[in-house]
Design a protein around this ligand. Structure first.
Ligand SMILES: Cc1ncc(COP(=O)(O)O)c(C=O)c1O
Length: 395
């Protein structure tokens, strides 16, 4: 009998795929799960998500919605009620008054970033961003036919872009600058005055500033300022994933400069119609005093975890010149142990059962000398990770 064959001639891969790389963190997580399935205990310091459950009031709101309401399409930019909650959040948290119409609910901040790139980029347009930075950023840009123009950054600028770096790297193809504060993988922030200066340079050059504020709420000892406190022509990206412990619900939001609202809406309508209704109804409970007290308690625990892990890693010989003040990552120079952080991460996982992320995920600049530790784990788990690392490094 003739079987249908999968002939190579029928496989047509878009050119852009050649420039979209694997997310090594995910590969390492998959391997960690395999090892655990074989009965080995892995200390997971690789994955970028809180280990706390979604706060109960949010879960209860979802259950209530499932029991008592119809789950339907919502407006493409999000339910009116949730946008109103977000509007109020900006008022109470940052003292910023926004029209609700500029707030869009999205499928995680990933959805917001994709829409932003879709609205801004024509083929070949360039977006400046720091190297290292969140890996998907350069791929969002590529997926929308733009080009990520990465700028190497080091400890002297807190691993962040500065106004001078933006000015120096601006070209005739640059249309936007993208920053994240606090940043993944470094946990560092851009001081508000520096952010204002970056904004001024971008404005002067006729570009657009995109500020990823996904780790707001996860800063230790202080609250971060939003770019919206001084500008209304920036794209501000945020999410329920991290501070509200809702990674799997896939819900985020963005604040859009007025002139782009209709364009973003048109894209959202066509690309996915609406976001998850049940997730939006759940998120209505995110801003209640009960939920906020839970997430603030979590924040306190993250700080304790950082305060344990940072000196412990330095003691082991990792060089961490800038104290991370936010998110839940520590970006560490591992060149005392290896010149190949990629091989180091895979070997560490296999031999010591400790999963950490290789620098190569976050860019090219000195990537082989760096690893990222993610610390949303209880202190006893982190202690076990450090004990295993110490033994492994002793050889
Ligand atoms: C800096 C940054 N931006 C965006 C995202 C995407 O998150 P989500 O789509 O879950 O909101 C992440 C995820 O780790 C991130 O670290």
């Amino acid at each position: 009998m003739n079987q249908p064959k999968d002939s190579p001639a029928t496989v047509r891969i878009a050119e852009r795929l050649a420039e979209i790389e694997k997310f090594h963190v995910v590969t390492l997580v998959t391997r960690a799960f395999e090892l655990e399935a074989q009965g080995k205990r892995v200390i997971n310091m690789v994955i970028g998500e809180p280990d706390f459950p979604t706060p109960q009031p949010i879960v209860d709101a979802a259950i209530d919605a499932l029991r008592h309401r119809q789950i339907r399409y919502t407006p493409s930019l999000g339910s009116d009620e949730l946008r109103a909650k977000l509007q109020n959040w900006y008022h109470t948290r940052y003292g910023v008054d926004l029209p609700k119409s500029r707030i869009a609910v999205t499928s995680g901040s990933s959805g917001a970033l994709l829409l932003t790139m879709g609205a801004l980029l024509s083929p070949g347009d360039e977006v400046l961003m720091a190297d290292p930075s969140y890996p998907c950023n350069r791929h969002f840009v590529r997926a929308m036919e733009g080009k990520a123009a990465t700028v190497p950054v080091d400890a002297d600028t807190g691993y962040q872009l500065t106004a001078e770096l933006v000015e120096k790297n601006w070209t005739s193809r640059t249309v936007a600058v993208m920053v994240a504060t606090p940043s993944n993988p470094t946990g560092t922030l851009i001081p508000i005055d520096q952010l204002k200066e970056i904004h001024a340079v971008v404005q002067r050059n006729g570009g657009v500033l995109i500020v990823d504020e996904i780790y707001h709420g996860l800063t230790y000892g202080f609250d971060a300022h939003s770019a919206l406190e001084f500008a209304d022509d920036v794209f501000v990206i945020n999410s329920f994933s991290k501070y509200f412990c809702m990674t799997g619900w896939r819900l985020g939001w963005m604040v859009i400069p007025q002139a782009y609202v209709g364009h973003i809406e048109k894209l959202a309508q066509n690309l996915y119609i609406s976001n998850s209704d049940v997730a939006q109804q759940a998120a209505m409970a995110a801003f209640t005093p009960e939920t906020l007290s839970i997430v603030e308690e979590n924040r306190h625990k993250f700080q304790q975890q950082r305060d344990y892990l940072l000196p412990a890693l330095r003691d082991l010989g990792f060089d961490i010149p800038v104290e991370p003040q936010g998110a839940f990552y520590i970006y560490a120079n591992c060149s005392a142990f290896t010149q190949d952080s990629y091989g180091f991460c895979y070997d560490l996982l296999e031999k010591a059962g400790v999963a950490v992320a290789p620098g190569i995920d976050f860019g090219e600049h000195r990537a082989a000398e760096h690893v990222r530790f993610s610390y949303p784990q209880s202190v006893p788990v982190l202690e076990e990770g450090v004990r295993r690392l110490r033994n492994y490094l002793k050889g």
